[in-house]
Design a protein around this ligand. Structure first.
Ligand SMILES: [Cu+2]
Length: 112
C-alpha cells in the first residue's frame, strides 16, 4: 500500500512539474521605442507587433513612444518585432521604416 501511495505521489509530482509549451508564465517582456503620433499609429503598431508569431500582447503608449511586449522567447525576439513594426511604417530604436512605406502613411501619422 505504501508503495502505491509513493508511486502515485511520484507521478503527480512529475505531471505538475512539467510545464506545457504554451504556458504564458514563460513569456518574456521587452520594451521598444517606436515613433508615432496618433490613435491610428497605435493600432497600426500594435497590429504589426501582434502579427508576429509568439507575441502575446503589444501595447504602445503615445506619450512616451514605448511599445511594451510580452512574447514567447522560444518563438520570437524583440528584434523580429522591431522589423515588423518598421515594415508597417514606424521607426523603432533598432530599425528605420522604408521611405516609400512612410510616405504612404496618412497625414496625421507623419512623425518625421
Ligand atoms: Cu497616426
Amino acid at each position: 500500500m505504501k508503495r502505491i501511495l509513493f508511486l502515485t505521489a511520484l507521478i503527480a509530482g512529475l505531471s505538475t512539474g512539467s510545464v506545457p509549451a504554451q504556458d504564458k508564465t514563460k513569456d518574456a517582456n521587452a520594451t521598444l521605442t517606436v515613433q508615432g503620433l496618433c490613435g491610428m499609429c497605435k493600432s497600426r503598431i500594435e497590429k504589426a507587433a501582434k502579427a508576429v508569431k509568439g507575441v502575446s500582447t503589444a501595447n504602445w503608449d503615445k506619450e512616451n513612444k514605448e511599445l511594451r511586449l510580452n512574447f514567447d522567447p522560444a518563438q520570437t525576439n524583440p528584434g523580429a518585432v522591431s522589423k515588423a513594426v518598421a515594415k508597417a511604417g514606424h521607426d523603432t530604436d533598432k530599425d528605420k521604416a522604408n521611405q516609400a512605406v512612410y510616405d504612404a502613411l496618412p497625414g496625421c501619422c507623419k512623425y518625421r
